[in-house]
Design a protein around this ligand. Structure first.
Ligand code: THU
Length: 161
């Protein structure tokens, strides 16, 4: 028997002001696009904004549905858009923000499990590490430099070989 400790790297900034210009502009856009979320059921508007390795940018927001499971998260909306508009191109950095109309939006919130799985596969298939910036509409910002850090013990294509 052995016990293993799995650790992940998170870099935390006190606010957007500590970010470099590129990252700050991505986070600003992520905050801005939360307004395009369609979230009448949760009132939790999520915005994602990414810069691809070819320099192009793509956004995504959560789009809910009266049939709840038909809704889609902001991150997966963005990944679908990126793969459709710029096939095969990796994502350099994705900034994710949210506006909680029922409460506060001042601390970083992490992507849900399904989105972590999707981010990992996108990173793997494009062979390009995705940096992930997390923050609310204000306050602390977290940087995760590799999408795999969000999902240790990930299930992936290699497991089916
Ligand atoms: N949501 C996202 O868009 N991304 C996440 O990673 C977490 C959850 C959305 C789904 C739903 O529309 C709302 O936030 C509340 O769960």
């Amino acid at each position: 028997m052995k016990k293993e400790l799995v650790q992940i790297n998170i870099i935390e900034y006190d606010s957007i002001d500590e970010l470099n210009e590129d990252d700050a502009s991505l986070l600003k856009e992520a905050r801005k696009v939360t307004q395009y979320a369609y979230a009448p059921y949760s009132n939790f508007k999520v915005g994602a904004f990414a810069k691809l390795v070819n320099g192009k940018t793509v956004s995504g927001t959560n789009q809910e549905n009266a049939s709840f499971p038909a809704g889609i998260c902001a991150e997966r909306t963005l990944l679908s858009a990126a793969a459709s508009l710029f096939p095969g191109i990796g994502i350099e950095t994705i900034a994710i923000s949210y506006n909680n109309l029922n409460g506060e939006s001042n601390k970083p919130v992490s992507p849900c499990g399904i989105c972590r799985q999707s981010l990992f596969e996108f990173q793997q298939r494009t062979k390009n590490k995705i940096r992930i910036l997390l923050s609310g509409m204000e306050g602390k910002v977290q940087l995760i430099e590799n999408a795999q850090d969000l999902l240790p013990l990930v299930f992936c294509a290699d497991d089916m070989k």
